[in-house]
Ligand binder design. Sequence first.
Ligand SMILES: [Zn+2]
Length: 463
Amino acid sequence: MKVVQAYRFALDPTPSQERALRSHAGAARFAWNWALARCKARYAAERQWYSAVDLHKLWNVLKKADPGLAWWDQNSKCAYQEAFRDLDRALHDFIKSRKGERKGRRLGFPQLKRRGKSKDSFRFGSGVMRCAGTTVTLPRLGTIRTCESTRKLARRLEAGTARILSATVSRSAQRWFVSFTVEVERRMPDHHARPGSAVGIDLGVRTLLTGADNDGNVITVTGPKPLRASLRKLRRASRAHSRKALGSANRRKSAARLARIHARIANVRTDALHKATSMLAARHETVVVEDLNVAAMSRNRKLARAISDQGFGAARRMLGYKTLRNGGTLIIADRWFPSSKTCSGCGAVKAKLALSERTYRCGSCGLVLDRDVNAAINLRDLAASGAESLNACGGCVRPGPAGRRLLNQEPGTAPAGKTGTATGQPAAAGPQFTPRNGSCDLRCVCVCVVSNLAIWRSSGRTL
Ligand SMILES: [Zn+2]
């Protein structure tokens, strides 16, 4: 099966290579701003923008005519070309968002990019892109050493099971990274190594996740809460930064220090999530998680920081592609499924359960259980209730007991307010599919392919 995935490596450039990297990032930024100004001017006169191709043609004429642009040949042509394509896409996405044809948050009009404010990044869409052991080779920049081994990708390239489509170079916290978008021929297992195993996962603020598997084991992953751990350091660094004079060398240094702390927080969080989700996907064939509305939950001012610190959204996205890679299934429970309020012993549902009640006490059967464990058991039982979903992309699932409906969404794409209503279509009306043999109908197959395009990255070395 062909999948598109990213391989990301931290670069270790020489000083002259770093100058070239900065120059390319500057060129991409200039090209974006230049093109945006052209598009705005044309729109004012003709009510029409330039396409990426038109912009490239215009640039090729003007770069030679204008002596002020004589520096253009110091950088790869891709840096300009890809910036024009990015702008083209940004303008189209802006229109789509305006018309309501685009999912997610409403997009604003593309902005000018400013040095030091926007992210340094550029892309190569063609040319010589290679990697061998401890180096990567990029067009115009030549061979650059990497901080970590690139042999995983190098071996695949050698064996002919991978093809590099593009390379994006970016800088975060004073470190340069290259991310290769690679088409990989990947063998997807038909069966999970442990068939029949299931686990229900309750994502929480106190513990990152609480799981209950079908052998009766309870899995608890505390999670490092990296933001909370570094908050003191972050506050001190932020205060010190704000005291530095604008434009001074000291301010630049303190900004770099602050960025390094933020980057480390993100790295610690990603690392913990990768470890936990890999473990779950490898050990259990079926993983059931709740469909949490993370965006809405983050609007709760008391919980927002704790929720963001755990990274719920990322955990679910990772589980989506990792279960698939292991031949398993991810089930996303309905957003309104009362996993916490239901008694895992007798099935009684409480009308109310305050978030501060950490222990579940059943009024009907007298069950006393940790709140998160109770929720995890309820989720696990969903898998056994006969409800099935192929990595949450299935169009239809058989209804479980007590009218429990499952959400048929690709992980991370659940639109708020559209799920879990009693007026939803009957389960039998949706497109049918048989799990794990891919014989679903066309719409379902499309979503399967999209979820296969999940990106997994080799994480950079901690700063
Ligand atoms: Zn009970």
